[in-house]
Design a protein around this ligand. Structure first.
Ligand code: ADP
Ligand code: MG
Length: 766
């Protein structure tokens, strides 16, 4: 069939416009480039409107913020059909002047900003003058308003930025009421997706709840059209805690602790943070984080993640925190103009501020947790067979939950599932990570007493705990104070190469070997979480024997030769048998599950939000089989932990780094596995070309065509994922948990590269 007649002609007006904008590229022979045209203003406005008003809740956020800017004391929201049919926001604010009504809904008309410089000190929520205009391009907007001293108000409707009729006098109560009807009536696709999603009203209630716990001197309500009862209803109170109690419930308010932090040092950061965070008794499946920066309701993913890391390390997995936090900074330190819906802001010295807040949250949580943890440990040690209890819970059916956060992209073939059915014991890992103090010495005394008592009943299990405690004590006593300071307080700058990260501590810059650091951190965490791991369920249980043969092949100089295959098989069989014998211990202590047929089915979660590089499983299994002394308990535990540490360490991915020289590896015609052979690669590029044409014309194009895109994109995602993990998992966890051994001071793990004072001196001389 002729492809040009097959396509149905566009029918509706919008489609035609789109069609005109995105007309297909001309055939390659056509010399003339396509003509550039100025878009019709209504198209521009509608495109922009779709960005500012993404869904009903974004319209409501804008409207409520306008009401806040108008100094209202009461804001009421009514919603019909999730906001698609009707949104109505009424306030008792200062109203809108009669003479401003004609331009009220034009784009870029605002009463809040006149020069760009005003942005530096802007206190109002709005400033872009876009929200109302946008709404008129995607819905029907009617405004009723009255200003102080007027006998009557005015009502007027808008479409596409302009008034549809002259304002009509009408009776009105103090303030402004804005009605938005038939949202997205002219954007069929958006309307359809939204109609199918049931949770818009939930999002709206959530938004109003967030507003009401911060603006406690106002009263808010939100209800469905026609409903007698409001779903959010707050009256002005004097405290946020009261507001939280009335909005989120008594059980949330009861479990909150006050948290504060501040800094007033112009050379690092200036801020003041106040808020409430949930304690260890609070339990929820999802994090609730209500964040206000300079009184703006915003999101800050870096801060959210930093707090999540602290909770994940201290609380049972199923429990996520509730956070209400306000941060005040000098207005000139906040850039409010970084997001069309003003959802995010950018802060000066963000990383320092996030770090300080993270420490404040952590220390509060630790303090609040001490008594609880203490009891937890005593109980566990006294129970006669703690490991057996754990075993039961492991064999219970598990909920498949992804370990990675959404931003972590794991290739499909490496997708794994996590066992979150057994959250208990996370407190235990926290206990072990605690610094030495009075509490700890009391704890260890109880521990010793109870373990002695326990040993009488059950010698082996009590001994298990002792050897783990000894290993942890070795880590503590071997820790290097200077390095500990650096690790606790450093700022991650970026990766300097494939292995070294650049970090700043006070005025010094260091290169730190992330492979060594992550290996040590993983090792220490294995010991701290000993017998209390969550699991990563492998999607396909893999036969150990195959894994071992794979690993032995990789060790060979010539991986393709079949030489010694029988020998390899024999080694693999023996090792598999050995590991099958040790399966029970590996499962109970390390959450490494090997089934009766010798398949590997589960691995432990060592750091939350992190799954190891599955390409390294064969090496790990071989190492378990070969390097562990199973006879002596302490060294056995140490060796298994070290093997896990090595496996989970953040090694460079096996595929070469595609940025820079590594790119040549991805050229198809080049023999793989020989990435450094530039000669052969050049030959392949020049094949069929004269040398000259390669150098001056053919080079780029041919390179592009010859690249194995699939492999390249796998490599890119592996490297990007690793860098993400280094910044967002390794460094935050390191600050909290790593006790760097003294050897790291001399073995090249940390190298000081510059002191900023000296650098400044050098620059001064220039
Ligand atoms: P912005 O808030 O960025 O100024 P908007 O399009 O949201 O832009 O609003 C345009 C203008 O309309 C505001 O600057 C304000 O003067 C006025 N306005 C909007 N809503 C209200 C309201 N509820 N009460 C009083 N004035 C309002
Ligand atoms: Mg506004």
């Amino acid at each position: 069939m002729d492809p040009y007649t097959a396509a149905a002609p566009p029918t509706d007006e919008w489609e035609m416009e789109i069609d005109a904008i995105e007309s297909p590229p001309p055939p390659p022979l056509l010399k003339e480039p396509p003509k550039i045209r100025r878009l019709d203003e209504s198209v521009v406005n509608r495109i922009a409107a779709g960005e500012v008003i993404q869904r009903p809740v974004s319209a409501i956020k804008e409207l409520v913020e306008n009401s806040l800017d108008a100094n209202s004391t009461s804001i009421n929201v009514v919603v019909k059909d999730g906001g698609l049919k009707l949104i109505q926001v009424s306030d008792d604010g200062h109203g809108i002047r009669y003479e401003d009504l004609p331009i009220l809904c034009e784009r870029h008309t605002t009463s809040k900003l006149s020069t760009f410089e005003d942005l530096q000190s802007i206190k109002s929520m709005g400033f872009r003058g876009e929200a109302l205009a946008s709404m008129t391009y995607v819905a029907h907007v009617t405004v009723t308003t009255i200003t102080k001293g007027q006998l009557h108000g005015y009502r007027v409707s808008y479409r596409d930025g302009i008034m549809e009729n002259e304002p009509k006098a009408c009776a009105a109560v103090k303030g402004t009421q804005i009605m938005v009807e038939n949202l997205f009536y002219n954007m069929a696709a958006r309307r359809k997706t939204l109609q199918n999603s049931a949770d818009d009203y939930t999002k709206i209630v959530d938004l109003l709840s967030r507003f009401s716990i911060h603006h406690t001197n106002l009263s808010f309500s939100c209800r469905k059209h026609g409903a007698a009862r409001a779903d959010v209803h707050t009256v002005a109170t004097s405290s946020s805690l009261d507001a939280i109690r009335s909005v989120y419930g008594v059980s949330v308010a009861r479990n909150l602790m006050k948290v504060e932090a501040s800094d007033d040092d112009p050379s690092s950061s200036i801020f003041e943070m106040n808020g409430f965070i949930s304690n260890a008794s609070y339990s929820a499946k999802k994090i609730t984080m209500v964040l206000y920066i300079n009184d703006r309701l915003v999101e800050c993913s870096a801060l959210k993640r930093a707090i999540e890391v602290v909770y994940a390390a201290t609380l049972p997995k199923a429990s996520k925190p509730f956070i209400y936090m306000t941060i005040m900074l000098p207005p000139e330190h906040v850039d409010v103009n970084v997001h069309p819906t003003k959802r995010e802001v950018s802060l000066l010295n963000q990383e320092i501020i996030v770090g300080k807040i993270q420490s404040a949250v952590e220390s509060k949580l630790r303090k609040s947790n001490e008594t609880r943890t203490f009891q937890e440990q005593t109980m566990e040690l006294l129970s006669s067979s703690p490991l057996v209890t754990r075993k039961d819970s492991h064999s219970s059916p598990s909920l498949p939950v992804s370990t990675g956060s959404r931003s972590q992209k794991v290739p499909v073939q490496k997708m794994v599932r996590t066992d979150s059915s057994d959250p208990a014991g996370r407190l235990h890992s926290y206990l072990d990570a605690k610094p030495l103090g009075e509490q700890e010495s009391r704890n260890s005394l109880t521990a010793v007493r109870s373990s002695v008592r326990q040993r009488r009943n059950n010698p082996t299990e009590a001994a298990d705990l002792t050897s783990i405690q000894l290993l942890i004590r070795e880590i503590d006593s071997n820790s290097h104070c200077g390095l500990l300071d650096i690790v606790r307080d450093c700022t991650y700058v970026g990766m300097a190469d494939d292995v070294y990260a650049l970090l700043q501590h006070n005025t010094r810059l260091y290169l730190a070997n992330v492979v060594n650091l992550s290996k040590e951190l993983m090792y220490q965490q294995v010991l701290r979480r000993f017998a209390h791991f969550n699991g990563i369920q492998l999607s396909d249980p893999t036969p150990l024997q195959e894994l071992i043969i794979l690993a032995l092949r990789e060790e060979d100089l010539d991986p393709d030769s079949n030489e010694n295959d029988d020998l390899k098989k024999k080694i693999a069989e023996m090792n598999t048998d050995l590991l099958k014998q040790k399966a029970e211990m590996l499962d109970e202590c390390f959450c490494i599950h090997i089934d009766q047929d010798g398949n590997l089915g589960r691995l432990p979660v060592i750091l939350d939000q992190y799954t190891p590089d599955m390409d390294r499983v064969p090496e790990f299994v071989l190492c378990l089989g070969n390097d562990v002394d199973w006879e002596e308990e302490k060294s056995c535990f140490q060796a298994v932990s070290a093997a896990l540490g090595n496996f989970y360490a953040m090694h460079p991915p096996l595929l070469p780094n595609p940025s820079g020289d590594g790119l040549q590896f991805y050229q198809k015609s080049k023999p793989a596995g020989n990435p450094s052979d530039r000669e052969s690669e050049h030959n392949s590029i020049t094949h069929g070309f004269s040398f000259k044409s390669m150098n001056f014309e053919g080079n780029d194009k041919e390179m592009g065509d010859d690249i194995d895109e699939e492999l390249l994109s796998e490599a890119k995602s592996a490297w990007a994922q690793r860098e993400w993990s280094i910044q967002h998992v390794l460094f935050p966890a390191m600050r909290l948990f790593l006790k760097p051994p003294a050897s790291m001071a001399t073995n090249g793990t940390f190298v000081q590269v510059a002191s900023l004072e000296k650098l400044y001196k050098i620059f001064e001389r220039c």
